[in-house]
Design a protein around this ligand. Structure first.
Ligand code: ADP
Length: 401
C-alpha cells in the first residue's frame, strides 16, 4: 500500500489523543440501515455499546442496538439530544445535521468524521471546489444558482444537485441544448462529461496521527444494457501504475482535508488514461463490503478503529479477488421478503450473503448483497453470474393482509 512518507515524518511528533474503550464505551451511530448493521457486527468485537438514531421506526438496526432513537437526522436539536453523554459518535449516512454534531463536539463527544469535513462533503459544490483549490485532479466544473444557467459550460455536461442527491438521484446527463429543459431547478454543480473507461473507488482510513491505509482499488463493472452497476470487484483490472496513481490521489485528498475517519473516494479512469476524483463519502461504502471476507481488516473494523482512535489494521488481501453483487427485489415483488436460491448460493465456495434487514421488498429495491472471494478474477465472475441467476427476492403477504 502507498503511504506518504513525507507526510508521516511530518506527523511523527504529534501526540495521540487516545480514547479509552471497553464495555462501557458508548458509541452512537446516526443512521440505522444496512451499513449500520455491519458496523454493529464489528463493534461487538470492540466491546462497544452501540446506540442508533434513524428516522424510520422500521430501521434495519432497530433490534440490534442497546438504544434505538427514532428521529430526524437533520434536526440539530434531535441529534444533540441523542448524542449528549456519548463517548463517540459516527455516521452511516452523510445527510445529517452538521450543527447538531458541532454542538456535541463542543460538549466533548468525539465525533468522527469531523463536522467541518461533513459540511464540505454534503455540498457537492463545496466538495468540488475543495478538490480544485488543492490541486486534486477532477473534471472541469461550474457552480450555478438555477436552471437558467445550465448552458454555462456548453454540452455534454453532467448536472448534479448540490445537496441531497444519492445513488444517482440528483444527477442528470445533459447531452445537448435540447436536454436543457430537463435540468434540475435547484443550485447545482455542472461538470464536463468525462469519457469514462472505468469507474474506480478506493477506501482510505486516516487516523488522528495522520497515518493512512488504503484498501486495494475496486472497479465498478456496469451492465451496458441497464446502465447500472452490475458488480464490484477488487482488485480493479488496471495497471500497477494506474493503481498507484489512484492511491496517491486518494491519500492526497485525505491529507489535504486533514481527514480523520474512513473516506471512500470514487474515481474515473478516462479513455485517455487520466484518473480524476468524482466524489467522496466520509463513511463505509458499498464498494467495501467484500473487505469483510477478502481483507485482513474489514472496512467496518477500520472505520471503528478510526472512531475509537486505535491503530489502523492491515488492509492486505486474504483472498486474491473479492467481489460484491447486490440482491434486489424482483420486478413485481411486494410484501415480506421471500429469499429464493439462498441454498444454491451458499453451496458455492467463497460466498457470503449479508441481507439488509429490510422488512419490505419492493421492485428492484436493494435487499442485501452477496460477496464472493476466490483465487482468480475469472473464477469469481463466473461464480457471481451463476449465483445471480439463482438468487431472487420475491414478496409474500404480511400476516395481516
Ligand atoms: P451519486 O452521489 O448520486 O451516486 P455520482 O456523482 O456518483 O452521484 O454520479 C452518479 C454516476 O453518474 C456516476 O457513477 C457516473 O456513472 C456518472 N457521472 C457522474 N459524474 C460524471 C461526469 N462528470 N462525467 C460522466 N459521468 C458522470
Amino acid at each position: 500500500m502507498l503511504k506518504s512518507a513525507e507526510y508521516l515524518c511530518g506527523m511523527a511528533s504529534k501526540t495521540k489523543n487516545s480514547a479509552s474503550f471497553g464495555p462501557s464505551l458508548r458509541l452512537g451511530v446516526l443512521g440505522g440501515g444496512q451499513l449500520g448493521r455491519m458496523m454493529i457486527q464489528s463493534a461487538v468485537d470492540f466491546d462497544a455499546r452501540v446506540e442508533v438514531m434513524d428516522p424510520s421506526a422500521d430501521a434495519p438496526c432497530r433490534f440490534l442496538t442497546h438504544r434505538f432513537v427514532q428521529g430526524d437526522l437533520n434536526d440539530a436539536d434531535a441529534v444533540e439530544k441523542f448524542g449528549s453523554g456519548l463517548d463517540c459518535l459516527t455516521i452511516e449516512i452523510e445527510n445529517v445535521s452538521v450543527e447538531g454534531l458541532r454542538r456535541l463536539e463542543a460538549q466533548g463527544v468525539r465525533v468522527i468524521p469531523k463536522p467541518d469535513h461533513l459540511a464540505i462533503i454534503q455540498d457537492k459544490g463545496l466538495q468540488k471546489q475543495f478538490f480544485a483549490d488543492h490541486g486534486i485532479p477532477t473534471s472541469p466544473f461550474q457552480l450555478i444558482a438555477d436552471a437558467n444557467e445550465v448552458g454555462a459550460m456548453g454540452f455534454p455536461i453532467v448536472q448534479k444537485m448540490r445537496k441531497g442527491g444519492y445513488d444517482g438521484k440528483g444527477v442528470k446527463v445533459l447531452k445537448n441544448v435540447a436536454d436543457a429543459s430537463k435540468a434540475f431547478q435547484s443550485p447545482s454543480l455542472l461538470e464536463k462529461a468525462v469519457r469514462i473507461h472505468k469507474e474506480l473507488s478506493v477506501i482510505v482510513a486516516r487516523n488522528s496521527m495522520g497515518e493512512t491505509q488504503c484498501f486495494p482499488v475496486v472497479e465498478a463493472v456496469f451492465d451496458p444494457v441497464a446502465n447500472l452497476v452490475d458488480y464490484l470487484i477488487a482488485p480493479a483490472d488496471i495497471s500497477i501504475e494506474e493503481a498507484q496513481t489512484a492511491e496517491r490521489i486518494v491519500i492526497q485528498v485525505a491529507e489535504c482535508m486533514e481527514f480523520e475517519g474512513l473516506l471512500a473516494v470514487e474515481l474515473f479512469l478516462d479513455t485517455e488514461g487520466h484518473i480524476v476524483v468524482n466524489e467522496v463519502a466520509p463513511r463505509t461504502h458499498n464498494s467495501g463490503h467484500h473487505t469483510i471476507e477478502a481483507n485482513i481488516t474489514s472496512q467496518f473494523e477500520q472505520h471503528l478503529r478510526t472512531v475509537l482512535d486505535l491503530p489502523l489494521g492491515s488492509t492486505a488481501p486474504v483472498h486474491p479477488v473479492g467481489a460484491m453483487v447486490n440482491v434486489v427485489g424482483a420486478a413485481d415483488a411486494r410484501g415480506l421478503p421471500d429469499y429464493r436460491g439462498i441454498d444454491a448460493a451458499l453451496a458455492t465456495e467463497g460466498v457470503h450473503p449479508p441481507l439488509s434487514g429490510k422488512s419490505q421488498v419492493k421492485p428492484f429495491r436493494k435487499m442485501g448483497h452477496v460477496t464472493i472471494t476466490g483465487e482468480t478474477r475469472q473464477e469469481v465472475i463466473e461464480r457471481m453470474m451463476r449465483i445471480r441467476e439463482q438468487l431472487a427476492v420475491e414478496g409474500k403477504p404480511t400476516p395481516t393482509e
